[in-house]
Design a protein. Structure first.
Length: 195
């Protein structure tokens, strides 16, 4: 885990960065290493996603480019040994990534719609009211690392559950200023097992 100790204060909060909801059921909490994926899988290992205009309304520092940063955060899941998973940003097809407007806690949410055991659609929503930043560059402010949190949600899109390893991208909560952008060995093994 990368923590900017100089910014650690008692005011820092840790929040869940994602839950995944399947067919209207929310699955929240820690899961054992041995059961890292859900029963469903995408039929196609090449998934499309697109950034909606609402994502530009998030609360952010100037170092965050909400849409273009998605490319960076999705790319971390490609090229993992043993996996052929890929994500392609498109203009308007595939999984939409947009901003939560109100009424939802947490940093991000990935929802997969399942029909007869088969995923038929998905969306990713990010909390627009948190203070988002590029924690590697925004060293003088407190905020949540946009690339870490969006990368985590793309992991859920790839059927990954939460890791109990605190350095994993798929660890289930994140504190302000924490950077967990690069998959660790546990993330890698989950992805290789899935796709
Ligand atoms: Zn999550």
């Amino acid at each position: 885990m990368i923590i900017k100790n100089k910014k650690m204060t008692s005011k820092m909060t840790t929040i869940m960065i994602a839950t995944i909801a399947i067919s209207a059921f929310s699955l929240i909490g820690s899961e054992a290493y041995a059961t890292n994926s859900y029963s469903w899988k995408w039929a196609d290992v090449s998934q499309d996603y697109f950034c909606t205009s609402s994502l530009t309304t998030i609360t952010k520092t100037s170092h965050v480019s909400p849409c273009s940063n998605l490319t960076t955060s999705s790319n971390v899941w490609e090229g993992i040994s043993g996996s052929t998973w890929s994500l392609t940003e498109t203009a308007s097809s595939g999984t939409p990534v947009y901003a939560w407007t109100s009424g939802v806690s947490g940093a991000g949410l990935t929802v997969i719609t399942i029909n007869n055991g088969v995923p038929i659609g998905a969306y990713i929503a990010m909390n627009k009211n948190l203070s988002w930043e590029d924690s590697a560059q925004d060293t003088s402010t407190n905020g949540y690392d946009w690339r870490s949190a969006t990368g985590h949600e793309f992991g859920h899109l790839a059927n990954m559950k939460h890791s109990t390893n605190t350095i994993s991208v798929m660890y289930g909560s994140i504190a302000e200023n924490q950077v967990r952008r690069s998959p660790d060995t546990h993330d890698d093994s989950m992805m290789a097992a899935n796709y």
